[in-house]
Design a protein around this ligand. Structure first.
Ligand code: HEM
Length: 125
């Protein structure tokens, strides 16, 4: 879903901003320009540069950033990842598991059929 008419960026565009002079980081499909924050980040420059032009949602959450940090982050929002290029939703179980079962049934069925045919032929020899 796109909110608030945010500007849409493709990953090709995002990946051009990976240096000190222009540093973008993606969190939860939102694009943040943290260039000006680089020297102010309490966690240091290095960690931000490591996440340059990447999706750093997990890294950010793993640190256990404060509500204050989240509020600050909001101030750097410049857009969102183009709808067609977002992470796929997690796989749902239903269809995928159904397919797996069918995949097993086919080779087992062929083997059983082969064994049956073998014994029938033996029986009539
Ligand atoms: C827009 C993005 C970010 C903002 C606004 C931000 C803001 C902050 C703030 C305000 C703190 C001080 C502690 C707190 O209030 O939670 C902090 C600490 C920290 N940040 Fe970030 N941060 C951002 C991105 C990141 C990223 C991508 C990483 C990568 C892992 C990171 C790693 C850290 C670490 C390791 C600390 C801990 C410093 C310590 O406890 O000594 N931050 N950050």
């Amino acid at each position: 879903m796109s909110h608030d008419n945010l500007k849409q960026y493709t990953w090709a565009e995002i990946q051009k901003h990976y240096t000190r002079s222009s540093l973008w980081i993606v969190f939860e499909d939102k694009v943040y320009d943290v260039t000006k924050f680089l020297t102010d980040h309490p966690g240091g420059e290095e960690v931000l540069l490591e996440q340059a032009a990447k999706d750093a949602t997990i890294a950010f959450n793993d640190v256990g950033h404060s509500a204050d940090a989240l509020e600050k982050r909001r101030g750097f929002l410049i857009g969102e990842v183009a709808e067609s290029e977002r992470r796929p939703p997690p796989f749902t179980t239903g269809a995928a598991e159904g397919e797996k079962k069918v995949n097993w049934i086919v080779p087992i069925g062929i083997i059983l059929l082969g064994v049956t045919v073998f014994f029938i032929i033996k029986h009539f020899q």
